[in-house]
Write a protein that binds this ligand. Structure first.
Ligand SMILES: Nc1ncnc2c1ncn2[C@@H]1O[C@H](COP(=O)(O)OP(=O)(O)OP(=O)(O)O)[C@@H](O)[C@H]1O
Ligand SMILES: [Mg+2]
Length: 179
């Protein structure tokens, strides 16, 4: 919570200080997943890497924070004991990281609201899982600061899937953009 509030004050000021460096996002994702998989014992966290994923010019701590938030949401709001699947792939322009979980899902009317500050889904408000509705707001701001996008899909009978898309930029291109 304290970390969340520190982040909020930064986000409010419209400045998220990113320390970008060329990063192996697949290795980063494996590192972030590990404590979740161990802590949850029986819960599996398969990571599915499709093809080669180039190194990205990103802030590894911030991208870890994004993944931690999405994984913790998947564990807390998803079906207990069921696998959470992480996928990483790249197309010509962007790398896509998806976190997918089973469970009751997110009602359609909540899908656009949940990225706003202090907004929790109806099911979370009615249920036993505590939270402030800050996680996805912070995630959204951090993804945007990277020039990326976040999407969510939660069809009535299907899994809930969050997708973070980050631009593939050469180190040189990314540095030029920062100037
Ligand atoms: N993986 C998921 N499966 C189902 N519902 C989700 C999932 N992730 C988020 N949600 C819904 O989106 C809402 C907003 O998520 P967010 O992370 O911002 O808040 P929170 O998890 O409730 O609280 P906090 O992150 O501050 O602890 C949640 O309250 C929940 O209703
Ligand atoms: Mg959360």
């Amino acid at each position: 919570m304290v970390d969340d509030l520190l982040d909020l004050s930064q986000l409010d000021a419209g400045r998220v200080a990113l320390s970008r460096r060329l990063t192996d996002v697949v290795a980063l994702a494996r590192t972030v997943i590990e404590p979740f998989a161990v802590r949850d014992g029986a819960t599996l966290f398969p990571i599915d890497v499709e093809g080669a994923v180039p190194h990205l010019f990103i802030d590894p701590d911030r991208i870890s924070q994004i993944l931690e938030n999405l994984l913790s949401n998947a564990v807390r709001h998803g079906a207990p004991g069921r696998p959470v699947v992480v996928r990483v792939r790249a197309d010509d322009a962007r790398a896509h990281i998806t976190v997918s979980n089973e469970g009751a899902g997110i009602p359609t009317e909540d899908l656009t609201r949940i990225f706003a500050r202090f907004e929790r889904g109806k099911r979370a408000r009615d249920g036993a899982v505590k939270g402030y509705g800050l996680g996805l707001f912070i995630v959204h701001e951090l993804v945007t600061a990277h020039g990326g996008e976040i999407d969510v899909e939660s069809p009535p009978k299907g899994p809930t899937t969050f997708t973070v898309s980050l631009p593939l930029e050469s180190e040189r291109g990314a540095r030029a953009n920062l100037l």
